[in-house]
Design a protein around this ligand. Sequence first.
Ligand SMILES: C[S@@+](CC[C@H](N)C(=O)[O-])C[C@H]1O[C@@H](n2cnc3c(N)ncnc32)[C@H](O)[C@@H]1O
Length: 268
Amino acid sequence: MAPAAADGTRRMTKKPVNKGGGARALKTRVKKKRGLKNSSRRWLERHLNDPYVHRAQAEGMRSRAAYKLIEIDDRHKILSPGMLVIDLGAAPGGWCQVAAERVKATPERPRVAGIDYLGMDPVPGAVVLEMDFLDADAPARLVETLGDAPDVVLSDMAAPTTGHRRTDHMRTMHLCEVAADFAVSVLKPGGHFLAKTFQGGTEAGLLDMLKRNFRSVHHVKPPASRGESVELYLLAKGFKGRVGDEAAESGDSRPAGDEDTGSGSGEG
Ligand SMILES: C[S@@+](CC[C@H](N)C(=O)[O-])C[C@H]1O[C@@H](n2cnc3c(N)ncnc32)[C@H](O)[C@@H]1O
């Protein structure tokens, strides 16, 4: 019988073709079978041949998505030891793993609070609530779980796909907007917000709100985000603080070394 992959999918493969001789040239093909739609077969084939999937399995990462956060953080420096982090749409836990490791969280001193309506295995250093972020009491529960205001709010939330592209797009954009409102209501001055969005999907109103509240706002597309995907991340750095916040009033909200680059597309 065909072996089960670490993600539970069962490989229905022809022998790998190794045209180039290197490991990357090995191409796993999925047999055309009755009952498997062409689109599902293509998805499975792409998944089985994805180097990030192989890397995640080899390195004990819960998801290939973990590498998106690793790449964004390596470049834009949003996580550092001692920080408190909220992770929206946490399952299966890749971003929790990366965040917990980079802020040096431990099981004794968890520094990451996550939320997802899907259950997931525990991640050391993170506490994950199994609930819908859109529930009225979710924001308060997250801050209470973290024990203090977060330095970073992450959102990789994506609405379940319906097959209707525009509907999926609008639902995920809605999640991004709710996450942004949450971030400006809870972040510490100087904090950062990173959220999944779509190319061409970020509303002008949301961008304006972020530009008013953060020192810099960028769109970023990490290499781990598939080129053909319209997925993009919105990175807002250096929260200016709310009126009445001590650090905001003293003008002490700017993290050392952060530049006011305004907004723009690309990895700049
Ligand atoms: C792309 S996955 C996140 C992957 C995660 N960053 C990782 O590295 O493992 C998106 C997640 O968002 C969650 N999600 C979508 N809408 C949500 C909501 N309203 N409340 C909580 N979680 C939600 C989904 O259940 C899904 O697990």
